[in-house]
Design a protein around this ligand. Structure first.
Ligand SMILES: [Zn+2]
Length: 345
């Protein structure tokens, strides 16, 4: 792409994105049900944490790894990882127990974990709705998808699943139900990590090859994908790393037992890999741009989907994935380790 083509591409993308966002704007707040009069720019990763790794108010998006053209790779603090599903009042009150450094440093109650889970589901729900809306606009412009109805139906199934999961965790948060969540890792690291992430992921296999989710099970509509919630939040001179699941997602017991058998450094290595392999909603400090730009395994991983090359699109060009060697947790830099701490760069 030449410079003019890049500018045009970016403009078209931004136009579609603006329309897609407007199309999915809810009329009522998903948390309190009141009509929404003005948009609330809710942050998926809490803003208090993002600001610690922003440079001149800017952060790098995950797309810095996957996009060779480097379009839309940086993001201003105000609009980084935002979603629009709830009202201003709920945004300021519902998550207040967990959006605090002091609270995250202490013992984590089920109420706090439920708030984090609610936020994580809302992020997924918003992103999925946005994807459907964006692709619909794109399809209207290009008519590119032959089987668009199927494409839309599988995504709509995800939306319905997220709505059920949202109600489940919201109920726990509002009624202070305890005993449901299982923490597998929670530590305040004595250094500042260069990556910020909050979200939930669906692992295919655990680290010793045992199956956790059948990710391509589109036929069985009662099949429930199981989620792991992860937080990696930089503070001023420390960081909070947390991983937990709800006990109803019992396949993560295998991961919990594995975590009980490995060292702390190995746990950080695993969580680092899970974020980079499964998530999209993570942000980097621009201080590590050189590594992001040059590390071939990070690039390869960003194009990998569930262990398959090229976003899982198997074709003749990639030999249908035969012989493809997926990136492992040992190949990539461990941004959660002290070695990458921002204070020491
Ligand atoms: Zn509300």
């Amino acid at each position: 792409m030449n410079e003019q083509e890049k500018i045009n591409f970016k403009k078209e993308h931004n136009d579609r994105m603006r329309k897609a966002r407007a199309n999915i704007k809810p009329s009522n707040c998903m948390l309190c049900g009141k009509p929404i009069t003005s948009f609330c720019n809710s942050h998926s990763v809490p803003k208090f944490s993002l600001k610690y790794i922003a440079n001149d108010g800017e952060l790098l998006r995950a797309s810095v790894l996957a996009d060779p053209e480097k379009i839309n790779v940086s993001s201003g603090l105000k609009n980084t990882g935002t979603f629009h599903l709830i009202c201003n009042e709920c945004d300021g009150t519902f998550f207040q127990d967990y959006e605090s450094e002091e609270k995250l440093k202490g013992e984590l109650s089920d109420k706090i974990l439920a708030q984090i889970a609610v936020k994580n589901v809302l992020i997924q729900l918003f992103n999925k709705k946005l994807e459907i809306s964006y692709i619909r606009i794109f399809q209207n412009e290009t008519n590119l998808f032959a089987n668009f109805a199927d494409y839309e139906a599988t995504r709509q199934f995800d939306v319905n699943t997220y709505i059920k999961e949202f109600e489940f965790h919201k109920n726990i948060a509002e009624n202070s139900i305890s005993g449901g969540y299982q923490i597998i890792y929670h530590e305040i690291l004595p250094y500042k990590i260069p990556i910020a992430f909050q979200g939930m992921i669906a692992m295919k296999n655990d680290f010793i090859g045992q199956r956790i989710n059948e990710l391509h099970n589109f036929k069985d509509l009662s099949y429930k994908i199981q989620h792991l919630h992860i937080l990696a939040l930089p503070f001023e001179n420390e960081s909070c790393v947390l991983a937990f699941y709800h006990k109803t997602d019992r396949n993560y017991q295998k991961l919990r037992h594995y975590f009980n058998s490995i060292s702390r450094d190995e746990k950080l290595k695993c969580l680092n890999y899970l974020i980079l392999e499964y998530a999209e909603n993570y942000f980097f400090s621009s201080k590590i741009y050189k590594e992001l730009e040059t590390n071939k395994y990070l690039k390869q991983l960003s194009r990998e989907a569930n262990g398959r090359p090229d976003f899982g699109l198997l074709a003749e060009e990639n030999s249908y994935g035969i012989g493809y060697k997926p990136v492992t947790k040992d190949d990539i830099p461990i941004f959660l380790s002290k070695e990458w701490a921002l204070n020491s760069i």
